[in-house]
Design a protein around this ligand. Structure first.
Ligand SMILES: Nc1ncnc2c1ncn2[C@@H]1O[C@H](COP(=O)(O)OP(=O)(O)OP(=O)(O)O)[C@@H](O)[C@H]1O
Ligand SMILES: [Mg+2]
Length: 368
């Protein structure tokens, strides 16, 4: 089996194993929300045979103890209100231009078109994997932005998963109230006969909409194995219209496999000369693997500092390998300040860039 065909292979396994008793012996069928009635069959895909359901459901596993997303000492460090992306003069200037500007109608038409793309129907779950050329490029920030945007614009369920457990910032960025089950925990208990209300019992419901599956509870040394990721990614795909994966940095094995199995990918690269050079190298590699990944790929050139010192147009041209598209994410004060990402507090440029990135990715994901 080619390394990049694991989704199909495992989906085949899931379909085949749906006639069998189901979960591994060490993982009894859980019922975190309510136990399934005896005649419940698997939701979603009509071609998946109904699983056999035991007469008496085995006992649910003991839920892990909840952990705070930040220790109370760290939460106490926060002062005042979160920072807005745009300064007051900037907001004022924009609202004046909105009143007297002749381009207001054009802007409205553009916004409507992007919103429509973000709301386009999705038949089977689409996975969008976010990775980067090196650490600190903005993967978790971009994952949180995408998760918030999809949850805001779409009525169907959206999941954000963390496949990068080392003291990740994703739960903070998504304002998760607390953490309980991790990806490794869920890999041990998930099975094809679970209902949606059971599945979300293992996830963190987010205040801005959507759900989170964290990679860890913030401890040193936690790991998400490739096998755990594959089990969870395949099992949860049919419950969620869109899954955004905050993945480890390339060229880790998990990142390579997750990229190959996804319908769309974001390569986050710093908007610097060295960031662009590294992104180009990664794109050439993506085009050379047996099942090329370029068609579903978008490069997000991310400005994590207020002064972008490269020619963005030239960078776009240099990164146009295959039909990859390149979008710029501007520096944003709200994001730079850390803490929970809130779409209404982003600067206008970042809000527009987020919507465009989400729309472009979804377009690519549904075409595959
Ligand atoms: N567009 C932006 N504007 C301002 N600050 C940003 C922007 N994007 C990211 N940042 C900041 O850059 C830092 C790194 O971002 P982030 O944690 O998302 O990177 P990462 O790739 O997930 O890092 P890691 O490899 O450690 O997981 C954070 O402090 C974040 O607030
Ligand atoms: Mg991160």
């Amino acid at each position: 089996m080619p390394e990049d065909d694991w989704q199909r292979a495992v989906l085949g396994d899931v379909a085949a194993s749906a006639d069998e008793p189901g979960p591994p012996p060490a993982a009894p069928n859980p019922a975190p929300v309510s136990p399934p009635p005896a005649d419940v069959t698997a939701p979603a895909q009509a071609d998946v045979p109904a699983p056999a359901v035991a007469d008496v459901p085995p006992p649910a596993p003991e839920p892990p103890a909840p952990a705070p997303v930040l220790p109370p000492e760290a939460t106490a460090l926060l002062t005042g209100k979160p920072r807005r992306g745009d300064s007051v003069p900037r907001r004022l200037g924009r609202s004046l231009r909105g009143i007297v500007g002749s381009s207001a109608a054009r802007v409205t038409a553009e916004v409507t078109a992007v919103a429509r793309q973000l709301q386009q129907p999705v038949t089977t779950g689409r996975q969008i994997v976010v990775t980067s050329v090196h650490g600190g490029a903005g993967k978790s920030t971009v994952s949180a932005l995408l998760g918030c945007a999809y949850a805001h614009y779409r009525p169907d369920p959206v999941l954000v998963m963390e496949a990068n457990p080392t003291l990740g910032t994703l739960p903070v960025r998504l304002a998760a109230p607390s953490l309980r089950w991790t990806m490794s925990d869920v890999a041990k208990v998930v099975n094809p006969s679970m209902r949606f209300d059971q599945v979300i019992g293992y996830l963190v419901g987010l205040p801005e909409g959507g759900w989170l599956l964290p990679g860890s509870k913030g401890q040193i040394g936690a790991r998400v194995s490739l096998a755990e990721y594959q089990t969870v990614a395949v099992a949860l795909r049919r419950y969620f219209a869109i899954t955004v994966v905050d993945c480890e940095t390339l060229p880790g094995e998990l990142a390579r496999s997750a990229l190959a199995g996804a319908q769309a990918r974001v390569l986050v690269a710093p908007a610097t000369a060295e960031g662009v050079a590294a992104a180009r190298t990664v794109l050439e590699w993506m085009g050379s693997v047996p099942r090329p990944m370029l068609p579903g790929t978008v490069v997000a050139l991310n400005s994590t500092s207020p002064h972008t010192a490269i020619d963005l147009e030239a960078a776009r041209r240099y990164l146009r390998v295959g039909d990859v598209s390149v979008l710029h994410l501007p520096y944003d004060r709200h994001l730079a300040a850390g803490g929970a990402v809130r779409l209404p507090l982003l600067g206008q440029e970042m809000r527009d860039a987020t919507a465009r990135l989400g729309a472009e990715l979804l377009d690519r994901a549904v075409r595959r």
